[in-house]
Design a binder for this molecule. Structure first.
Ligand SMILES: Nc1ncnc2c1ncn2[C@@H]1O[C@H](COP(=O)(O)OP(=O)(O)OP(=O)(O)O)[C@@H](O)[C@H]1O
Length: 355
């Protein structure tokens, strides 16, 4: 099952032109500055933009083409907005039931119980909506969308109004949806940490135009794209837990370029773990550093580098076929005579586990 989209949406100052395919169990993040057309795209896919022209197909069903426009309520979409938009006079359970009623019984693939479990809502079912935190409301909104057994899930900045602590919790729930529901998901966000954690693919929009699209892991480390130049620029590695060191409470995570050691943090052997390594946390050495407190030292080859302002350089490192980024001073680059093709050791000072 996949969602195919090829749309042109007229806006006040420009048209939004997007062509994308999202396979089931994939999350595509839609990223771009305010006003670039992200919400317009979501609304057009949902059938809420009658001026949009082009083509939308979900699995073998055409939702829109030159001759046909399937109305929003027949598009089998779960839509989660920044604002949870729940019914304040109903409790959590009744809000969820309302979602369920929208879907014909024979088309239900997700039970209400499953939606409640997936979002951890059992303890809150009797609670009235006005007694929920912002994060809890958003979990109800997501469960309500899931309970309709949608063919596609659209998220439009669902965490923009949620505080940092609840955000991590909800991200975990959304991640589990991705594993449990075998459907395409689109996720609009301004936040790099959300994109890095959730998405397999990434679409970058600017003034309605598709600047770039591709696998998130590759896009984040491309020096020609803006992501690598943000203050919080980071590479993402997909790894597998291979061993534990119980004496020291550490786990070893394998990836194509070697191993990374992290605090154990309830990891189980065989778990798939996505890691985020910030460019500013990677320093370089020409020899393997000895007598250092840094545990993660990876042999790497410099692929390319670019200036970051006057004083810094951003370096793309190949670690056994995987890419990590390093941001160091231009002075260090000169002192170590670093150039493309040179072998170095990357010292990774900190690693975030995106779980
Ligand atoms: N119904 C409409 N008709 C014409 N233009 C619109 C309409 N709705 C929004 N716009 C304009 O289209 C552009 C894209 O808006 P849109 O809301 O899709 O951007 P966005 O990327 O989602 O922004 P944000 O991140 O701030 O939510 C903006 O310039 C906006 O003013």
């Amino acid at each position: 099952m996949k969602l195919d989209v090829n749309l042109s949406i007229p806006r006040k100052d420009f048209d939004v032109n997007v062509s994308l395919t999202v396979s089931s169990s994939q999350v595509t993040a839609v990223f771009g500055p305010s006003g670039c057309g992200k919400t317009s795209l979501m609304r057009a896919i949902a059938g809420l933009e009658s001026s949009a022209t082009g083509f939308i197909k979900m699995a073998d069903q055409v939702w829109q083409d030159a001759h046909y426009f399937r109305p929003a309520h027949q598009r089998d979409i779960g839509f989660v907005f920044q604002d949870a938009s729940l019914f304040p006079h109903l409790n959590v359970f009744d809000n969820l039931q309302f979602g369920l009623k929208r879907q014909a019984k024979d088309k239900r693939r997700v039970s209400l119980e499953q939606a409640i479990d997936l979002l951890g809502l059992s303890p809150l079912l009797e609670r009235s909506i006005d007694k929920l935190s912002g994060g809890e409301k958003q979990r109800v909104a997501i469960a309500r969308a899931v309970a309709t057994s949608p063919a596609v899930l659209l998220f439009d900045e669902p965490l923009a109004a949620v505080d940092a602590a609840h955000k991590q919790e909800i991200l975990r729930y959304i991640q589990s949806l991705h594993c449990e529901l075998d459907i395409p998901m689109l996720y609009v966000s301004h936040q790099m940490d959300e994109v890095a954690r959730l998405s397999n693919n990434l679409l970058l929009l600017e003034k309605g135009q598709q600047l770039a699209s591709g696998r998130t892991v590759e896009m984040l480390s491309q020096l020609t794209l803006p992501f690598a130049h943000y203050e919080e620029a980071a590479a993402v590695l997909d790894t597998v837990v291979t061993a534990h060191d119980d004496d020291y409470g550490l786990s070893s995570l394998a990836f194509a370029g070697g191993h990374i050691t992290v605090s154990r943090d309830n990891l189980k052997q065989g778990d798939k773990v996505r890691l985020r390594i910030m460019a500013r946390d990677v320093s370089l050495s020409l020899q393997h550093p000895e007598q250092t407190s840094i545990l993660n030292i990876l042999p790497a080859t410099i692929e390319s580098m670019v200036n970051e302002g006057h004083a810094q350089k951003l370096i793309r490192l190949n670690v056994g076929g995987q890419i990590i980024l390093s941001r160091i001073t231009a002075k260090s680059v000169d002192q170590l005579q670093l150039t493309a093709g040179k072998s170095v050791f990357a010292q990774v000072k900190a690693v975030s586990l995106l779980i």
